[in-house]
Design a protein around this ligand. Sequence first.
Ligand SMILES: C[S@@+](CC[C@H](N)C(=O)[O-])C[C@H]1O[C@@H](n2cnc3c(N)ncnc32)[C@H](O)[C@@H]1O
Length: 281
Amino acid sequence: MHGPRKGAGLRLHQNGRIMTTTHSQSAPAPGKVYLVGAGPGAADLITVRGARLLAEADVVLHDALVEPEMLALCPQAKLVAVGKRCGKHSSAQHFINKQLIDHARTHRRVVRLKGGDPMLFGRADEELRALEGAGIEVEVVPGITAALAGAAALGRSLTLRGVARSVAFATQSRAPESAEIAAQASADSLVYYMGRDAAQRIAGELIDAGKPAGTPVAIVEAATTPRERRALLSLQALRDGAASSWFDAAQPSVLLIGDVFAGANAQRISRCTAQVAREAA
Ligand SMILES: C[S@@+](CC[C@H](N)C(=O)[O-])C[C@H]1O[C@@H](n2cnc3c(N)ncnc32)[C@H](O)[C@@H]1O
């Protein structure tokens, strides 16, 4: 908690006169909130600025995807878990917004630590608007997003001269419009966040929208953490369910789709168990 601030008195212009007040007469000003990108997982993949802010924070409100090693960077701070994971414990977004505002009113430096980059699929905008609406100063500190960490793990560039000149970061957690699918299919390299449960549907819709069935698909799970796994298959195999038993539902994963992933550094998956059984029958 911070009370009246130290230092010289505030100078206020009132009726043309300059008045000097002491801080003990004024209400404590709200603290500042930093929306900090934690990066994809590894504690040393946060930015230098992000790590400094963590080390100086009074309170850190963090996501479920933030690794415990990263929280060791702020031993002095009060930690508040506000994670939202599909199908797991979740704090409603409005409650997170309220917690941010309440903490900023009682603490000087509040860090909102969000996985990857705070501005990608992280509902940062709702937090920004809520804080701005409450008159609280906010600063955004970018982070390495999962798509970039995934491509690095695969040793493949998302752009490649003569092969890939456009990249899309997408999600399809809800049934998409066909125009949306067509736009996504037209990107040379395509990365789906939160796509595990809809992976077969996504693959089918991309093929129906004109993406060649043989297009390579890489899956990177828990990128940059000790639990990282990588798989490589075709869009057709993904559609057929070949990756369904490969996924670990407890880990986050991205689907990276495009010709640049051919031959990527990953475990090959060719056909799903059900298909093998059908062929053997
Ligand atoms: C709510 S989104 C947040 C994305 C985050 N803001 C970012 O920039 O990476 C969560 C999704 O990001 C992806 N993700 C996050 N961390 C990941 C990791 N280490 N490896 C693979 N995918 C990850 C998964 O698709 C996960 O379901």
